[in-house]
Design a protein around this ligand. Structure first.
Ligand code: ATP
Length: 239
């Protein structure tokens, strides 16, 4: 079966800084795949080349069998790749409802939008209570929920989540990961997830890749990597 997403030998650079070197990975339809690695390993850059906001300097990216290596970012959204960016990136002056509506801007089929907004509110009841509140006054956890909800309004086939647990209180972290699993299982959305919280990410992911200084150095199922002493030592905070 053709993978939903495939990166083959991808290189990317910021000026003279080589951020990605020969990165190859696949994400199959229906999976949650996570990228873990230290600060500066290249995880966010990998997400950026997939969403199309950074160009490749080598290699290729295919989505559902089509080469999208040079496709514009907005056209990737139309194809079904939607990102909830690191640092959240919601519209602070717009209400929750307006933010969610913006998430659907790329869609031609707008007739099911009210039902889909209800589905987002079912996943995130807190957002339903705050639907007329402006985004900038939401708490950090609520803004993260709104960013994910907004990405879902594009009706993605592949949802890119960059550090969804960043800056969240522990009770929110567990909740966000539970919701990611629900989005994957109930809505059939494939997920590529970048996380510092390796423990949670590996326990929710079907498969995972480890990145070090711009390269993929390990791959395996979430369970395999969780059980690996070297991974535990480096990323899970226990020897
Ligand atoms: P973190 O977990 O800290 O977010 P990361 O694994 O997501 O790290 P990237 O943000 O992809 O790592 O960064 C990979 C490399 O590219 C780093 O060396 C970083 O300093 C560099 N880099 C990232 N963004 C830029 C930029 N806008 N300009 C120059 N260098 C950059």
């Amino acid at each position: 079966m053709t993978p939903l997403l495939e990166l083959s030998g991808v290189n990317a650079a910021y000026g003279r800084i080589q951020a990605l070197s020969d990165v190859s990975l696949t994400v199959e339809q229906g999976e949650i795949v996570t990228l873990i690695g230290a600060n500066g390993a290249g995880k966010t850059t990998t997400m950026r080349v997939v969403s199309g906001v950074r160009p490749l300097s080598g290699g290729s990216i295919t989505f559902d069998g089509d080469d999208i290596s040079t496709l514009r970012a907005d056209l990737r959204v139309v194809r079904g790749i939607s990102q909830a960016p690191e640092g959240r990136g919601i519209f602070p002056g717009m209400t929750v409802l307006e933010n969610l509506d913006m998430g659907a801007y790329s869609r031609r089929d707008r007739k099911n939008l009210p039902a889909e907004m209800d589905a987002v509110f079912e996943l995130f009841p807190r957002l339903a209570e705050r639907r007329t509140q402006v985004g900038g006054t939401l708490s950090g956890g609520e803004q993260q929920m709104l960013a994910i909800g907004r990405a879902l309004m594009a009706k993605p086939r592949l949802l890119l989540l960059d550090e969804p647990s960043m800056g969240l209180a522990p009770q929110f972290i567990a909740q966000i990961f539970k919701i990611i699993s629900e989005i994957n299982r109930q809505q059939g959305v494939t997920v590529l997830l970048v996380e510092q919280n390796a423990q949670q990410a590996l326990s929710r992911a079907h498969r995972a890749y480890v990145m070090e200084t711009g390269r993929i150095t390990r791959a395996g199922t979430g369970a395999e990597l969780l059980a690996d002493p070297a991974i535990k030592d480096a990323y899970l905070g226990v020897a």
